[in-house]
Design a protein around this ligand. Structure first.
Ligand SMILES: [Zn+2]
Length: 684
C-alpha cells in the first residue's frame, strides 16, 4: 500500500458511518460543481441574486477610532508602513513581495502552487504539488490588508487604502471560482471573508470603497466564497477549529454584507453552525478541546468576532454561546504567567481570526483586549490596553454582562481539560509558574493538533522559560520535524521503549490516544501545592504499564519536586527528558544540573537535582535523531539543551527530580547554601 493510501485507510477507520456518508455526499457535490469552475481570465456573470443596496449594514459608530490606545494606534500604523516598505514576515519567512504579492509562491521551497487547476483535484498534502501549502495560504488570509485598512481608518492616508484596493483586485482576478490552491480548504475562505468584511468596514468612509466593493469582481467573489462555505463544511472528525472559522466567515459576511437573495439563509445556517461548533469545541470550563493554547486563542477570537457581528445585525447568538465565550476569555486570562504569556500546549500555528493590530505584538494580549471590550474583564485579569480590534469590534455591541456566574479569582485548575497551574503568589517574589498536563490526548477521533505530552510540565521563573514545551515548528513538509515536535520525547515527561505515549498515524492524525487521569489538584494558595496524574498510554506494550507523576511546589523552599513512578511486569527502557528554555545555560555534572539565565537584575541561578538511578546526558541541536530544539514560533527553530536520563526497569521504578529556584532574581548560585534545603536534600 502506498503511503498516501495507508494514511487514507487509517483516516477512514476513525470516521463514523455518518461521517463516511457525509464525505460521500461532499464528494458527489464536488464532482457536480466541477463544471462551475471559472478559469483565470475567463468571463463570469454577476451573481443574479444580487439585490438592493450594496451598503455595509453595520458601520462603526462615529468616534470609535478616538478610543484606540495611542500605543496600539502607533503600532498598527508602523506595521502598515512595513507593508509599504516590503518588510513583512509571514510564519517566520520574509515576504519582500508583500507590496505586489505572488499569490501562489511558497517562499520556503520557491515552488508555485497551482493556479488554474480545479481546486478539488489539487493535493495540498503533497509538497511537490503546492510547496509548503501553509506558507502559500497564509498570505491569502489577507491579514496584511486588514492592517493597511486599519491604518487608513486611523490616519486617512490614501496610500494605505489604495494598496488594499490594488491587492484585492489582483487577488480577485487571479483566483476565480474553484481555480487553484486557495479554494482547497474552507478555513482559508472563512478567514479571508472575515478579513474582507473588515476591510469594507474600515474603509467605509474612503471615497474609493464603492467602486472597489460594488464592482463585479467583488460581488462575484463574495458570493462565491459564501456559496462554497454554505455547501462544504468541516464535519465529524474534522470539525475542530476549521469548522468554527468556516462558520465565522459565512456568518460575518452574511450579517454585514447582506447583498444577495441567499444572505438571510446563509446567516441562519452559519449562526446554527457557529453555536453548535463552538459548543462542541469547548469544554464546559471554557478551555478549547483541542488542548492547544494557540487554538484556544484562535477559536475564542473567531467566536467573539462572529458573535459581535450577529449582535450588530440584530440576530444575536444565544446567551449560552456568550457565556461559553466569556468562560473561554476567563480561561485565557487565568492561564497567563506574570508577564502575560500563555502556556505552550499542543500545536500552534499563530493563526489569527482577524488582524487589526500590529501582528508582531502579543496576540494573547490582543485577545484579552478584545475580550475586555466584548465580554468585559474581571478584576483579576491582567489590565489590557484598548487595541484597534478591541475598540472596533467592541463598538459593534455594548459590553454584555454574562448570564452565568464568573470566577471571583483566577482559577488554577480546569478539571475537564486536565490543566493545573502550580504557582507562587506575587508576595513570594519572582513567580514560579508550572503547568501540569493531565488532560485527554486531544479533540475528536483524530486529535489533529495534539502532542504526545501526557503528564508533561512547563516551568517558568518570573516569565522566563526554564523547562519548556518545545512548540510546533511545522505542519507540512519535513515529516521528521513534524513528528519530533509532537512526540513524547520532545516533552518534559517520560518515554518508554522509545515509543510515543499515543500512536501517530499521520501529520494531523493520532490513531491511538493515551488515557490520562488526574488524582490530585492544588488547593488555593497553600504552602505546598501538589498535583498528581497517571496515564496508561503504554498499555499497548505491556498491559500493566502505568506512568504516575506527582509534582509538588513548596512555596517556602521554592523547590519544585517531580516524582515519576513507573510500573509494569516485563522489562522496559525509559527516557526522562527535561527541555531547557532557550535562554538557559547548563553545567551538568553527574546528576546535578546547574542552570543559569539572564534575569532582570543579572544572572539567575537554579539547580536541577536529577534522579541518580538514570544515566544523564545533554543534547543540543541534534538532527540524527532530532533532539534538543525549541521553536519560538511557527516556521522557526533554534537549538536548546535537553537533559535526558536513560535507564531500564522491571516491575517498578521511582525517580525524583528537584528543581530549586531562587527567591530573588539576582546574580547568584541558586540556593545551594540554604540550610533548610540542604536538610531537605539529605532526606531524599
Ligand atoms: Zn508540545
Amino acid at each position: 500500500m502506498s503511503r498516501e493510501l495507508g494514511w487514507y485507510a487509517r483516516r477512514l477507520r476513525l470516521m463514523t458511518p455518518t461521517e463516511v456518508a457525509w464525505r460521500g455526499a461532499d464528494h458527489g457535490r464536488r464532482a457536480a460543481w466541477a463544471r462551475r469552475q471559472v478559469q483565470p481570465g475567463q468571463p463570469a456573470a454577476t451573481p443574479a441574486s444580487t439585490r438592493g443596496s450594496l451598503c455595509l449594514a453595520t458601520p462603526l459608530p462615529a468616534g470609535t477610532r478616538d478610543r484606540v490606545d495611542p500605543e496600539a494606534r502607533k503600532a498598527v500604523v508602523a506595521a502598515a508602513d512595513r507593508v509599504l516598505t516590503g518588510e513583512w514576515t509571514l510564519l517566520g519567512t520574509p515576504r519582500p513581495d508583500i507590496c505586489v504579492p505572488d499569490w501562489f509562491l511558497d517562499p520556503v521551497t520557491g515552488r508555485r502552487a497551482p493556479q488554474g487547476s480545479l481546486a478539488f483535484r489539487i493535493d495540498h498534502r503533497d509538497e511537490a504539488v503546492t510547496g509548503n501549502v501553509k506558507a502559500v495560504w497564509e498570505l491569502s488570509r489577507h491579514h496584511h490588508l486588514t492592517v493597511l485598512s486599519a491604518a487608513w481608518w486611523l490616519t486617512g492616508e490614501d496610500s494605505y487604502a489604495e494598496l488594499v484596493a490594488d491587492q484585492l483586485r489582483s487577488w480577485w482576478a487571479a483566483n476565480p471560482f474553484l481555480s487553484g490552491v486557495h479554494w482547497t480548504s474552507g478555513i482559508e475562505l472563512g478567514i479571508r471573508l472575515t478579513s474582507w468584511v473588515w476591510i469594507r468596514r474600515l474603509l467605509d468612509e474612503w471615497p474609493g470603497v464603492h467602486d472597489l466593493f460594488e464592482h463585479d469582481d467583488a460581488l462575484r467573489q463574495l458570493w462565491w466564497h459564501q456559496r462554497y462555505l454554505a455547501a462544504f463544511r468541516s464535519r465529524g472528525s474534522s470539525a475542530n477549529n476549521h469548522a468554527v472559522a468556516e462558520a465565522c466567515g459565512l456568518l460575518t459576511a452574511a450579517c454585514a454584507l447582506p447583498w444577495f437573495d441567499e444572505s438571510t439563509r446563509w446567516r441562519d445556517v452559519a449562526l446554527r453552525r457557529l453555536q453548535s461548533d463552538l459548543r462542541a469545541n469547548t469544554f464546559p470550563s471554557g478551555v478549547n478541546r483541542e488542548l492547544a493554547s494557540d487554538y484556544h486563542r484562535f477559536v475564542s477570537e473567531l467566536g467573539l468576532i462572529a458573535a459581535a457581528e450577529t449582535a450588530a445585525a440584530g440576530h444575536p447568538v444565544e446567551d449560552q454561546t456568550w457565556d461559553l465565550l466569556t468562560a473561554s476569555l476567563d480561561v485565557a486570562a487565568a492561564l497567563v504567567d506574570v508577564t502575560g504569556r500563555p502556556p505552550r500546549q499542543g500545536d500552534g500555528d499563530e493563526g489569527r481570526a482577524l488582524v487589526l493590530d500590529d501582528p508582531a505584538d502579543d496576540a494573547w494580549a490582543q485577545l484579552l483586549s478584545l475580550g475586555a471590550a466584548t465580554v468585559g474583564p474581571r478584576p483579576w485579569w491582567p489590565a489590557p490596553r484598548l487595541t484597534v480590534a478591541g475598540a472596533a469590534v467592541g463598538a459593534l455591541l455594548p459590553p454584555r454582562p454574562a448570564t452565568a456566574p464568573r470566577p471571583t479569582a483566577a482559577p488554577r485548575t480546569f478539571a475537564d481539560a486536565g490543566i493545573s497551574l502550580l504557582r507562587t503568589p506575587p508576595e513570594d517574589g519572582p513567580e514560579i509558574w508550572c503547568r501540569c498536563d493531565g488532560g485527554p490526548h486531544g479533540f475528536l477521533s483524530i486529535a489533529a493538533h495534539a502532542h504526545a505530552d501526557a503528564l508533561a510540565v512547563e516551568v517558568r521563573y518570573d516569565g522566563v522559560d526554564v523547562l519548556v514545551d518545545p512548540g510546533t515548528y511545522c505542519y507540512h513538509g519535513q515529516p521528521e520535524w513534524r513528528s519530533y515536535f509532537r512526540s513524547t520525547r520532545a516533552h518534559n515527561t517520560v518515554e518508554i521503549d522509545g515509543e510515543n505515549q499515543s500512536v501517530e498515524g499521520g501529520p494531523f492524525l493520532w490513531t491511538r490516544h493515551a488515557q490520562t487521569r488526574v488524582d490530585a489538584v492544588p488547593a488555593d494558595e497553600p504552602r505546598t501545592q501538589t498535583w498528581r496524574g497517571a496515564h496508561t498510554g503504554y498499555s499497548r506494550l505491556d498491559a500493566t504499564v502505568v506512568h504516575r507523576r506527582t509534582v509538588t511546589l513548596d512555596r517556602r523552599t521554592r523547590a519544585l519536586t517531580i516524582t515519576d513512578e513507573l510500573s509494569g511486569t516485563t522489562s522496559h527502557t525509559l527516557r526522562v527528558a527535561f527541555h531547557l528554555g532557550p535562554a538557559v545555560t547548563v553545567d551538568l555534572s553527574g546528576c546535578l544540573a546547574r542552570l543559569s539565565w539572564p534575569g532582570g537584575d543579572g544572572m539567575v541561578g537554579a539547580e536541577l537535582h536529577l534522579p541518580p538511578g538514570l544515566r544523564w546526558g545533554e543534547h543540543r541541536g541534534e538532527t540524527d535523531p532530532v533532539l534538543g530544539w525549541f521553536s519560538p514560533g511557527f516556521g522557526r527553530r533554534v537549538p536548546t539543551t535537553t537533559l535526558v536520563g536513560t535507564g531500564e526497569f522491571t516491575g517498578t521504578l521511582q525517580a525524583t527530580s528537584v528543581l530549586d529556584l531562587p527567591r530573588a532574581a539576582h546574580a547568584g548560585t541558586g540556593r545551594r547554601q540554604n540550610p533548610v534545603e540542604t536538610t531537605a536534600r539529605k532526606q531524599r
